[in-house]
Design a binder for this molecule. Structure first.
Ligand code: PEP
Ligand code: MN
Length: 340
């Protein structure tokens, strides 16, 4: 359940409530809004909730106690109705401005990464993507350059000023990835790896949580709840397409997810039209659709020479195609009341 304090509740009032709840053995999560403080209470049984609600609603600085019936509480809309804004080295995700993350699927060489980084930056991207640890269906294919690639990303950040996002696949790599990355990406294959989700929940680097390729929206939100309940609230949800009977495209991009998640959660929602389609020719239209449907940002694969890419070349935009897409978005995004 959540306890909503009145706007004139003092810090002392809040502390008293928190102490009281902790003494009863409940877990506490605070959401400090501009106007109101909301206290998330974890671990209370139904009968305890009733008792707590009755006692606390009698206090003058408690506005209301709301039982939450969904299996996710901290990432649910009511815990932070004003929405979550995540500040990544000055780039704010979840605000009025939408955010573009772009770069190669995989960090291949210093030259390839720098060429991609400079091109996406010139076209107006805010954040640089690049995989250092790559999940692969085949054990025999390329799995990324690991720490060497992380160092190249840090170098590209230094030279372009763009924060970097990269995937962490294994809790054993978390420390080193956090050393270099500004945003941790959890890939679709790890979207329900609860051990990893718990671990990223214990660190303070923002997380982009991709949707599991067969996850329902409710399962996806519960995966996010694993991260939040361990203390990391800076989470973005990323729709990257789901498995359906359709094989023409690599995945089926679920446009429903955008308005649905905006109803259900306060977390920013990001579109990944590259994995959502698997085809470069389809990426621009699907990106435009995602922004029109309420996406707070997109993550798009761009490679200076897609035909030579070690991974995901067929879905990677050339720098010229990416620049064209950014121009198109400068029409769409303001039309839905946001900026780019
Ligand atoms: C990626 O972003 O390159 C990637 C592997 O994504 P996903 O986990 O969505 O397949
Ligand atoms: Mn990829």
């Amino acid at each position: 359940m959540i306890i909503i304090l009145t706007s004139n509740a003092t810090e002392r009032n809040r502390e008293d409530i928190v102490e009281n709840l902790k003494a009863r053995g409940f877990g506490i999560h605070l959401s400090q809004g501009v106007e109101k403080t909301i206290i998330g209470v974890i671990g209370a049984l139904d009968e305890q909730k009733l008792e707590v609600a009755e006692q606390f609603e009698a206090l003058p600085f408690v506005e209301r106690c709301v039982p939450i019936s969904q299996p996710y509480k901290l990432v649910g809309k009511s815990f932070k109705p004003e929405g979550t804004k995540i500040n990544v080295r000055g780039v704010v995700i979840g605000g009025e401005q939408t955010v573009m993350m772009a770069g190669p699927c995989t960090v291949e060489t210093e030259a390839q990464l720098m060429e991609s980084a400079l091109a996406v930056k010139k076209a107006g991207a805010h954040i640089l993507r690049g995989g250092a640890y790559k999940p692969s269906t085949s054990p025999y294919s390329f799995h990324g350059h690991g720490v060497e690639a992380l160092k190249m990303l840090a170098q590209a950040r230094q030279e372009t000023g763009m924060p970097v996002i990269t995937e962490v696949m294994d809790a054993r790599d978390l420390e080193v990835v956090c050393e270099y990355a500004d945003i941790l990406q959890i890939g679709t294959r790890n979207a329900q790896n609860y051990t990893l989700l718990r671990e990223v929940g214990r660190c303070r680097t923002p997380v982009l949580l991709k949707r599991g390729m067969s996850s329902r929206i409710e399962e996806w939100l519960q995966a996010a709840e694993y991260i939040a309940s361990n203390g990391n609230y800076d989470i973005m949800l990323c729709e990257r397409g789901i498995r359906t009977f359709e094989t023409y495209t690599r995945n089926t991009f679920d446009i429903n997810a955008f308005p649905a998640l905006k109803e259900l959660s306060h977390l920013p929602v990001i579109a990944d039209p590259s994995h959502g389609t698997g085809k470069a020719s389809l990426v621009p239209a699907v990106t435009r659709a995602a922004f029109a449907a309420g996406a707070d940002g997109a993550i798009v694969e761009v490679h200076p020479h897609p035909e030579k890419a070690l991974k995901d070349g067929s879905q990677s935009l050339t720098p010229a195609a990416f620049e064209q897409l950014m121009q198109e978005l400068r029409q769409i995004v303001p039309a839905v009341g946001r900026t780019l």
